[in-house]
Design a protein around this ligand. Sequence first.
Ligand code: MRU
Length: 356
Amino acid sequence: MLPTLEWTEEGVRLLDQRLLPGQIAYRLCRNYEEVAEAIRTMVVRGAPAIGVAAAMGAALGGRAALRRGETGARLQAEFERICDRLFRTRPTAVNLVWGLARMRQVFAAGQAAQDSPARLEERLVTEARAIYEEDIAINRRLGANGAGLMPDAGRVLTHCNAGALATAGFGTALGVIRAAIAAGKRLEVYADETRPFLQGARLTAWELQQDGIPVRLITDNMAGHFLHQGAIQAIIVGADRIAANGDTANKIGTYSLAVLAQENGVPFYVAAPLSTLDLSLASGAAIPIEERAAEEVTHLQGVRIAPEGLAVCNPAFDVTPHRYISAIVTEAGVARPPLAESLRALAGAATGAEAG
Ligand code: MRU
């Protein structure tokens, strides 16, 4: 797979996902504003990938401020402004908040230790690169943990793109599928096209095709038909934010799939790193849902498909209540219902392991 994003000395290099699959082009963001704009406009997208991109953006911004000679309170205020700008790009994926929190922590530690400008710069860049590397390792562990949930042979449906393109590499939901296939399972993926941004048709289908994984594209409104026919053995999706009780925000359309899965007796799995868990929210009701531009709905690849002057709704995510979720796969293990308890235990064990 091509790298989704990477840190270079010149800036953050992002595969422009808006152009896929027709064009493979990288965009070099030389400053944090360009990274923020790339996140907002979905050059880079997917919860873990935007967490990594935001961390790299903060490193880029911090480095520039240090190289301009800023110090003390001025430097601190500037770093806060940088993090805040990156934070205000997309509201739903909590990985963005998490990535920035890690960068803030490292910055504060550097200031407390009275680091030289060169040392503080090194700390910031090292942390951003570590977040990137860790994400790939986490996805590999997560994939291994979830592979056993997949059928030995059959069809697995996924929605949106929770693959290598949505992460630093390997993917979450697609990582589980990759790991299952590597373990000898014979799977075919049914990819929902995922209106309106078409992450399924443009990204998941392309990514799996590149890897030689059998994939079949369906439109979103076909899922119920295939589930009812018994053609799908499992559903697995990613997540943008998981509340303490297991309620899960993911790409718009996920909720309908989960209800359809339960109605048809098909297991519905979520795959996400622990950085997607937001234990500060008791339930999904408090998860902020991003509303995106009307043009994403009224236009297809720049061509208008609806009358002018039309009122439009375009929520980018929905929340699936925890009762529809069969299991949540993380790098620390598989959480099963009751999800509130099992998620808390996995998060606690992971924090304990880090501290120990
Ligand atoms: O709007 P997007 O493309 O950023 O939405 C992406 C999703 O909803 C993914 O399923 C989620 O971020 C998990 S990615 C591993």
